[in-house]
Design a protein around this ligand. Sequence first.
Ligand SMILES: NC(=O)CC[C@H](N)C(=O)O
Length: 434
Amino acid sequence: MFRYQTIRAVRCARFSRGLATAVNKGGAIPAALHLKTGQTFRGTSFGAPTSVFGETVFSTSITSYTESMTDPSYRGQILVFTTPMIGNYGVPVNQAPFDSQDVGVTLESKGIQCAAVVVGDVAEKFSHYAAVESIASWCKRHNIPGITGVDTRAVTTLLRDQGTTLGRLAVGADASLPAPESHEYWDPSLENLVDQVSTKEIYTLNPNGSVKIALLDFGAKANITRSLVRRNAAVTVLPWNFDFNTIRDQFDGLFLSNGPGDPQHCMEAALNLRRTINEWNKPIFGICMGHQIIGMAAGLDAYRMTFGNRGHNQPVLALASSGSIKAGRVYVTSQNHQYALELQDPFPQGWEPFFINCNDSSVEGIKSTEDSGKRVWGVQFHPESAGGPLDTIEMFSDFVTECKSTATISHQPAGVIGSSKVEIPLAQKAAGIA
Ligand SMILES: NC(=O)CC[C@H](N)C(=O)O
C-alpha cells in the first residue's frame, strides 16, 4: 500500500501540473475502470475529478438515468448503463415543496447516491423543457465521477458472466497508476449502507391524510412516499432501526421501503417486524429491501445473486390473486437488486410465493396466506416505477384500501406538514433513535 501511495503522490504532483495545462487547453482528463478480476476499461472523465471504489453493477434501463442515480439503493455502487448515450435530456431542478405531493424532491432523493457512473457516450449537449444542467455538471456538483467512451456492453457481458464485481474508477493521475492490488478494493456490502441513507428524524407527510401509515425508511425512493401521499395517506417516516412496535397502535398500516446493501445488516429490523406480524393485524407492505426483511421475518433466507436484476423490463408472473393483481398474469417491472429470497420448499407456514421472475425463476414476491388472518405483502420489484413501467402501480391503492378497511383510529390531524405528532416512547428517544 505504501508503494502504491508513494507512486501515486509523485505522479499526482506531476500530473496536476499537466492537468492544469490540459484543462486550460480544454484537454480531456483520462479515466480508467479497474475491476478486481483484473480487467481495465479506459475512457475519459466527466463529472468530479475524483477516484472512487465501489461495487460494479449494470442496469439495462433505457431511460430515467436521473431517477436511477438518485435511488439510495445504488449507494456504494459504480453504475454501468448498457444504454449507449446517457445525458441527452439533461437534469431537472431536484427541488419541490416539502408539503406538496412531490414530497420535497422531483427525483428519488436529494442527491446522487451511486458512487460513479460508467457510460458509452455522455451527452454534453442536452435538450428537455425541464432540464437545467448537463449530467456532467450535475455529477461535478455532487462530487460524483463518471467515465465515458467505455464499451459498456463489454463490461456488462463480463459482469453477467462473472457476477457483480468490486471496482475502482481511477481519474486523472490515478488512471495512469497500476490497478489496485486485490486486497485494496473496498467492499460496500460489508458496511451498513442503510444506516447512511435512512432518515435520522421522524417526520410526517400529508398529516391530514385519510389513513395513517408508518414507513420504515431503509433508503426510500421518493416515488414510494409520493405514491402513498398521492392516495391521501398520512405517511410518518421512521428511521430504519426504530422499533415500530412501540407506536404501532397509532397507525393503520406499515410500509417497509427499498434500500442499499446486504439485508443481513437489517436483521434487527426483521426481528422487530416478526413481533409486529405476530402481534398486530394491520396491513404491511414491503418493496425490495422491505420485501427481503419481511421474508427474513417469516423465516426465509436472503441470498446474494450473481449479478442481480437491474432494469425496467423484468417480467414477473403472479402466482396468486390479490387486489389489482391477477394470478397467471405477467407484469413487466422495474428492478434494482442484488439479493433475493430463497424459494424454500416447503414455504414457512402462513406464507406463500406471490410472484416469480420469468427470466431467472427468482422469488419476486411473497404474501401471507388467506388462512393466516394476516395481510402482509412483499415484492422484490418496484411498483412505484421511477423509472420504468407502471404495470403494478395499483398495488399502492390496494395497500391504502386495506389500511382504510382496518382503520380504527379516529384521525385527528397530526399537525403541520413536516411536524411529527407521533408519541415517541422515552425508551426510543433514550436509545438515540429519532
Ligand atoms: N432496491 C433495493 O431495495 C435493493 C435491496 C437490496 N439492497 C438488494 O440489493 O437486493
